[in-house]
Design a protein around this ligand. Structure first.
Ligand SMILES: Nc1ncnc2c1ncn2[C@@H]1O[C@H](COP(=O)(O)OP(=O)(O)OP(=O)(O)O)[C@@H](O)[C@H]1O
Ligand SMILES: O=P(O)(O)OC[C@H]1O[C@H](OP(=O)(O)OP(=O)(O)O)[C@H](O)[C@@H]1O
Ligand SMILES: O=C(O)c1cccnc1
Ligand SMILES: [Mg+2]
Length: 562
């Protein structure tokens, strides 16, 4: 915004390199400890299937956006233990570890792993795996923590951003300003990337702009205004007319305009700050095509708006159009309306219609609820700049994605728990999104991989996984297979969308959901109309239902009463 356009790096197609901290040692020690014990106990040729899924949607919502797939694939592409990794592990693990294990680790690759996933940017729901990872047990176990760290925050952040987008509506600009408040440098970069994926229009984070080819944007800080105390401090006062090139004295023009505008706005020119005016004259000379002013350093009404209009009118005399203002404190609804009516007054008085449409950016601890409240009050804001609450995901700081074994050597495994939410869905599965008569997504159905896909127009029995009486028939108008194989034979084997495509996927995927699933307060759970117990909204096929229950009975010991 500083010079009136959005900046982009030249090569839009270039795929960003992965952050250097993502490497096989970015894991929990227990993965490597288990790898040794698997190796030692002769499980080197065992194969396993793991599901990566979450159990509950974040932010008290009823949807999640899946993100982080591309980063997982980059991790796969580069996966290897370096000599120094091996050296470190030799020093760190117990001395009893046999040296051949380190030889084994050194040559370990993900060549034999198959990764199936839903599309990045797609809406996702509890218990439907986001990814299925199959391959040699030792390697697929070693992938757990890194994959979870790549998916959990990415999906949480993309979901948070998508929620802000839903709250703000399609026509408001959203800028991510969170780097200074993010969970460290890497958190800040991920926040910028995934807020763009979730529907933000840009970031103030310059490195994120460079690395991910995201539009970068911004205004200026209060420090720029407070660095000037008086008009006498101005060292550069002249600006060339945009079309004639003739030099004009901006200081003269701006002070004249301030005197002229004060009565129109019913304000005494003497109350407006000279330091603020000096700051903006200098900023306008530096950025004549991108003049944007932070108007709340002293007093939005009595100083900021008057000084801004004076500089904007002086620029207009020289054939430049100012961009607008940012408000960073006070009542944002009231102040935005005041600013808009001020611009309209000037536009009308001097017959310059564009002046009425100057951009109003608002910032200051904004969150989803603030936006919804501002919507209710009516506001005239064109753009929200959002930092702290967006990047820290203040309303829910973590997505509880987990990675669970569901099959070993072709045999399904089930993890039992008193809490049905924690019982795993055994075996290799697939899932389909079934669409209803109104064209919206109706239900995600989890099935065994060996089952035939549901067919359009044919009745499918969808069941609650644990309660026999809860079931319903669905006649889908469209059946969408949710998984694609993204990694096989040691390489990415499916079209990998760029960031823009993923962002578009978020939009279309959310559009396919009914509005009641997306509302902020008490959204309707995404499931068919029978009251599932909370947290157990997954639907399974009849075949998978019986499969789960047989395994459950096989694995649950029969208690003895005494
Ligand atoms: N009209 C409004 N409706 C709802 N919330 C608002 C409205 N205007 C501002 N807010 C929010 O209210 C909070 C006001 O913050 P705070 O109490 O710190 O006041 P402030 O204006 O920032 O004060 P200061 O001048 O000290 O910076 C912010 O979180 C802001 O986003
Ligand atoms: O409010 P956020 O959503 O985190 O957005 C980023 C904030 O960062 C900047 O100021 P900073 O907070 O550093 O200082 P200030 O608000 O005290 O002026 C900016 O003016 C915003 O207020
Ligand atoms: O460009 C801005 O206005 C900006 C950037 C970061 C934080 N706050 C504001
Ligand atoms: Mg602040």
């Amino acid at each position: 915004m500083a010079d009136g356009r959005t900046f982009r790096t030249e090569d839009r197609r270039k795929r960003a390199r992965q952050n250097g901290v993502v490497q096989p040692l970015l894991t929990d020690l227990y993965q490597i400890t288990m790898a040794y014990a698997y190796w030692k106990s002769g499980k080197i040729n065992d194969t396993a299937v793991f599901d990566l899924y979450f159990r509950k949607n974040p932010f008290q919502g009823e949807f999640t956006i899946f993100a982080g797939l591309e980063e997982c694939l980059k991790f796969f592409e580069n996966f290897h233990y370096s000599d120094s990794d091996i050296e470190y592990l030799k020093q760190t693990l117990p001395q009893t570890i046999e040296p051949e294990f380190f030889v084994f680790l050194r040559q370990l690759t993900v060549e034999d792993v198959i990764l199936s996933a839903i599309d990045e940017g797609s809406v996702a729901f509890p218990r439907i795996p986001l990814m299925r990872v199959e391959g040699p047990l030792i390697i697929v176990q070693l992938l757990e923590t890194t994959m979870l760290t790549l998916v959990n925050y990415a999906s949480l952040m993309a979901t948070n951003a998508a929620r802000y987008r839903l709250a703000a509506g399609k026509h408001i600009s959203l800028l991510e300003f969170g780097l200074r408040r993010a969970q460290g440098p890497d958190g800040g970069l991920s926040a910028s990337k995934y807020s763009y994926v979730g529907g933000f229009d840009g970031t103030s984070n310059v490195l994120a702009g460079k690395l991910y080819n995201i539009p970068v944007n911004g205004t200026h800080a209060h420090a720029y205004v407070t660095s000037f105390s008086d008009l006498s401090e101005l060292k550069t006062k002249v600006l060339a007319h945009r079309s004639t090139g003739v030099l004009h004295d901006m200081l003269d023009l701006c002070t004249q305009w301030r005197e002229k505008l004060a009565p129109l706005l019913s304000l005494p020119a003497s109350e407006a700050s000279d330091g603020e005016l000096a700051a903006w004259i200098s900023f306008a000379i530096a950025f004549p095509t991108g003049f944007m002013a932070l108007v709340d350093t002293y007093d939005v009404r009595r100083s900021g708006l008057l000084n801004f209009c004076a500089v904007a009118m002086a620029l207009n005399d020289l054939d430049y159009r100012a961009l607008g203002i940012r408000i960073d404190s006070g009542d944002l609804a009231y102040l935005s309306k005041l600013a808009r009516s001020t611009f309209e007054k000037v536009a009308h008085q001097y017959n310059i219609p564009w002046f009425a449409k100057l951009k109003i950016v608002a910032s200051n601890d904004i969150n989803e609820d603030t936006i919804l409240s501002l919507n209710e009050q009516g506001h005239k804001i064109d753009c929200f700049g959002i930092g702290t609450h967006l990047v820290t995901c203040q309303r829910q700081p973590a997505l509880g994605g987990v990675y669970k074994m569901v099959e070993i050597n072709g045999t399904p495994r089930i993890k039992l728990s008193q809490d049905v939410m924690k019982v795993t869905m055994p075996g290799k599965k697939t899932a389909y999104r079934l669409y209803g008569a109104d064209g919206h997504a109706l239900i995600d159905l989890l099935m065994r991989s060996v089952e035939p896909a549901p067919q359009v127009g044919q009745k499918v029995l969808c069941r609650h996984p644990f309660q026999e009486s809860k079931r319903a028939y669905v006649i889908p108008t469209h059946v969408e297979p949710l998984y694609k194989v993204y990694w096989q034979n040691g390489k990415v084997c499916c079209h990998l969308p760029g960031l823009e495509e993923i962002r578009e996927k978020v939009r279309t995927s959310l559009d396919s959901l009914r509005n009641d699933h997306k509302r902020n307060l008490n959204p309707t759970p995404y499931k068919f109309e029978c009251d599932y117990s909370p947290g157990c909204q997954v639907s399974v096929s009849d075949n998978l239902y019986h499969f789960i229950h047989e395994l459950w009975l096989q694995n649950a010991p029969i208690g003895e009463l005494s």
